[in-house]
Design a protein around this ligand. Structure first.
Ligand SMILES: Nc1ncnc2c1ncn2[C@@H]1O[C@H](COP(=O)(O)OP(=O)(O)OP(=O)(O)O)[C@@H](O)[C@H]1O
Length: 241
């Protein structure tokens, strides 16, 4: 579904993403992990057309999207969340989600139907008339997911959607991601909470200093010596994370 080949990004003298190649299988959930500053968000920015690549290529659903802009990539069905959620604060939660649905639907009634369905899936309908500025972080994060789901994508990129949430809120988001994936959407997610990564991911990709140091099944990846050295640490225990 998504295929990266030699993806590289240089910011002046710094190679933020270094010759990264991997595939994400259609219908799967794939985790992207690594230390702070290892290039995860930059990689999302490259895939989603926010930054141009220095070299390499990205294919989505058989189409070369390397040089496409974000909106064109979103039109093909590949959308992402941002680490810092920035909803439109002066309109209701529902209107925020309707904005996403307008990507495919020009008709207001159709767009609203899709938005309501997305909010239902995330158990957000009770907040529909509230402006996001009055909602807690966990609900804002869910709203961001509802907004991208309402574009009716084939694949979503989630950038630390569990960051800053308590264990119960985190569990809810994990269940939501499973529900979304069950509808057929492919998921690639950046996450520091290893327990969630282990529960959700069919495959885990690890970046360190911009380079991919592991790519495989979660069990194999967490037992990989280089991953332990670079990221997890010797006393790593999934239950603690
Ligand atoms: N626009 C930019 N200009 C210059 N350097 C950048 C830019 N964006 C990111 N970087 C640098 O690229 C490297 C990778 O950053 P990135 O944000 O992708 O890491 P990350 O793995 O997502 O980190 P975190 O887990 O903290 O979010 C860092 O050294 C960062 O300072």
């Amino acid at each position: 579904m998504l295929s990266l080949n030699g993806v590289t990004k240089k910011f002046g003298g710094l190679t933020a993403v270094d010759n990264v190649s991997f595939d994400v299988k259609e219908g799967s959930i794939c985790g992207l992990i690594g230390p702070n500053g290892s290039g995860k968000t930059t990689l999302f920015n490259l895939i989603s057309g926010v930054y141009p690549l220095t070299c390499g290529s990205v294919k989505f659903n058989g189409v070369d999207i390397t040089k496409l802009k974000s909106h064109a990539i979103a039109n093909l069905g590949l959308v992402r969340t941002f680490q810092i959620v920035k909803p439109f604060n002066n309109i209701s939660a529902l209107e925020n989600v309707v904005v996403g649905a307008f990507q495919k639907h020009t008709n207001r009634t159709d767009a609203e139907k899709v938005a309501v369905r997305s909010m239902e899936m995330l158990d957000l309908l009770k907040y529909k008339d509230i402006q996001p500025q009055h909602l807690p972080l966990a609900i804002k994060k869910k709203l961001e997911i509802a907004r991208i789901i309402s574009t009716e994508p084939k694949m979503i990129l989630l950038d630390e959607v569990m960051g800053g949430l308590n264990p119960q809120e985190t569990d809810e988001i994990v269940e939501t991601i499973i529900k979304i994936n069950d509808t057929g959407m492919t998921v690639l997610l950046i996450e520091h909470k290893m327990k969630c990564i282990m529960k959700l991911s069919e495959k885990v990709i690890v970046l360190n200093n911009g380079a991919m140091i592991a790519n495989g099944e979660p069990e194999a990846v967490v037992n990989d010596k280089e991953v332990i050295r670079a990221y997890l640490g010797d006393d790593y225990d999934v239950e603690d994370n």
